[in-house]
Design a protein around this ligand. Structure first.
Ligand code: ATR
Length: 275
């Protein structure tokens, strides 16, 4: 029987998840479909009831439902609990279990470019304090990094540092982040600044960047943001968000099927569909 997977979010017009997942299933020889369901916050309860009746096998959850979905689940795992957000639901024998593959998906993309593949004790600056920053900070915490978080709205960075106070983390103002930039091993942009179509913007000035710092941006459309372009020109190692996107999707498939999809094939398809 054809297995039914999908994605709920709003709006979903731009999502590359359906083409990425269907390419992976085809490559795996898996008889499955992946449908995008554009569901507004007001429709969430009804949509969930319909999905339960129809017997979906698993689904991804994106903005704005990553937190609200938790109320409809039977259980959430440790990662989802720590992030307070779910991006993957596994439906098994009528039980719905919430997971979050964003943190591990990000770390899987970052570790190969870090020397010794270790972040223990490394100084990492995270720009932004939204949902994406939470996933990245949780991931960095699992790797025992030393974290600074900085955000346009400083109070939100402070709240995040408080939430993750069991980690080595501090909140700092953006001007301090800029002036101490030379002390970091990794710089990560988790904000939407620089995302298509507003591609000329940068979330932080790079004047004090040292050459050994890895510069990472969660954005993958454009493929290289203005931040990454400048860092590359300065001779720094850069990492865009496509790896995280592909890995979080691949980890969802692993939860649903117990099988490892071909990440290279998934990435190729996403790149092909970028504007
Ligand atoms: P996500 O779940 O993708 O992280 P979010 O929770 O809406 O989305 O968070 C967006 C992040 O991008 C926030 O850190 C936000 O900063 P504020 O907390 O000050 O709003 C940041 N952001 C968005 N637009 C920005 C802009 N034009 N300049 C600076 N930061 C911006």
């Amino acid at each position: 029987m054809t297995r039914q997977f999908g994605l709920i979010g709003h709006p979903l017009g731009h999502s590359k998840s359906p083409v990425m997942h269907e390419a992976a299933y085809k490559d795996m020889g898996l008889d499955a479909v992946y449908c995008a369901y554009d569901i507004s916050p007001q429709e969430l309860g009804n949509a969930i009831r319909t999905m339960k009746v129809q017997g979906i096998d698993g689904f991804n959850v994106t903005i704005p439902h990553k937190v609200a979905i938790i109320d409809y689940l039977d259980e959430i795992d440790e990662d989802a609990e720590a992030m307070g957000a779910v991006n993957t639901v596994v439906c098994q024998d009528g039980r719905w279990v919430g997971k979050n593959t964003d943190a591990d998906g990000y770390i899987e993309s970052l570790l190969p470019v870090v020397s010794d593949q270790s972040l223990t004790g490394r100084r990492v600056l995270v720009i932004g304090a939204g949902g994406a920053a939470r996933a990245v900070i949780h991931a960095l915490g699992k790797q025992r990094a030393t974290i600074s978080v900085s955000n346009r709205t400083a109070e939100k960075a402070q709240e995040l540092a408080q939430l993750f106070s069991h980690l080595t983390i501090e909140a700092i103002p953006l001007n301090e982040a800029e002036s101490t930039l030379g002390t970091y091993d990794v710089l990560i942009n988790t904000t939407s600044v620089g995302m298509y179509p507003d591609t000329s913007k940068q979330p932080i000035a790079l004047d004090r960047l040292k050459q050994a710092t890895i510069v990472s941006d969660l954005i993958y459309n454009p493929y290289e943001t203005a931040l990454l372009q400048e860092a590359k020109q300065r001779g720094n190692r850069i990492l865009n968000g496509i790896g995280m996107f592909v890995n979080q999707g691949a980890l969802s498939i692993e939860h649903w099927t117990g099988r490892k999809p071909n990440r290279k094939c998934m990435e190729r398809v996403v790149r092909m569909h970028l504007t």
